[in-house]
Design a protein around this ligand. Structure first.
Ligand SMILES: [Zn+2]
Ligand SMILES: [Zn+2]
Length: 176
C-alpha cells in the first residue's frame, strides 16, 4: 500500500471542507428561512419577522436557541382559535337565563327560582310541559286554555315538594 502524497491528502481535505461548508451553509440558510416563517406565523409585525431572521442569521447556533426562547408562545392561528373559544364561552354565560327577581342564573327547566321563590315558568295542565309565563297556548299539546300569569296568581311562591308541577288552575277548571 502506497502512502498517499501530500497533495492527495490536501485535495481530499479541500473537498471534505467544501462539502461540510456547503452543508453547514445550507443548514444555516434553512434555519434563517424557518425562523422567518415561524415568526410570520406568530406575529404580523414585519419588523419582528425580519429581526427573528436576522438574529438567527447573525448568530448561527446561539441565535436559533435565543429565538426559540423568545418567540411568542402562540401562533396567530392558535391565538385566533383561543379568542373564538373564549367568546363562545362568554356568550354561553351571558345567554343563560336569569331570575327576574334576584338576577341569579337559573336553569331553563326550573319552575321556580330556588333562591327568591319567583315563579319562572308554569306547567301545562294537560301535558305538564314547562311554558313561559306570558304564553296562553301550549306549543307542545295545543292547549288553548292557559291564562297568562295564571300560575303566578294561583300562589306564586309555593314550592312543590313532591315534584308535582301541575298548577292550581286545573282544580278551578274542573269545577266549572
Ligand atoms: Zn331568584
Ligand atoms: Zn301542553
Amino acid at each position: 500500500m502506497t502512502i498517499p502524497s501530500f497533495e492527495t491528502i490536501q485535495s481530499y481535505l479541500t473537498i471534505f471542507t467544501a462539502v461540510t461548508g456547503a452543508l453547514l451553509a445550507a443548514l444555516w440558510i434553512s434555519l434563517v428561512i424557518w425562523a422567518f416563517r415561524d415568526m410570520r406565523a406568530r406575529s404580523r409585525d414585519p419588523f419582528a419577522q425580519l429581526l427573528a431572521a436576522l438574529v438567527v442569521a447573525a448568530l448561527p447556533v446561539v441565535g436559533i436557541i435565543i429565538y426559540l426562547i423568545l418567540r411568542p408562545r402562540e401562533t396567530l392561528a392558535e391565538a385566533y382559535e383561543r379568542a373564538l373559544e373564549e367568546e363562545a364561552l362568554l356568550q354561553e354565560i351571558e345567554e343563560r337565563p336569569r331570575c327576574p327577581g334576584c338576577s341569579r342564573t337559573t336553569e331553563s327547566n326550573w319552575l321556580l327560582c330556588p333562591y327568591c321563590h319567583t315563579r319562572l315558568k308554569k306547567a301545562c295542565q294537560d301535558c305538564n310541559s314547562l311554558l313561559e309565563l306570558q304564553w296562553n297556548i301550549c306549543p307542545f299539546c295545543g292547549n288553548h286554555h292557559i291564562d297568562p300569569y295564571q300560575a303566578e296568581a294561583g300562589g306564586g311562591t309555593a314550592v312543590p315538594t313532591n315534584g308535582n308541577i301541575t298548577p292550581p288552575l286545573q282544580e278551578s277548571e274542573t269545577t266549572t
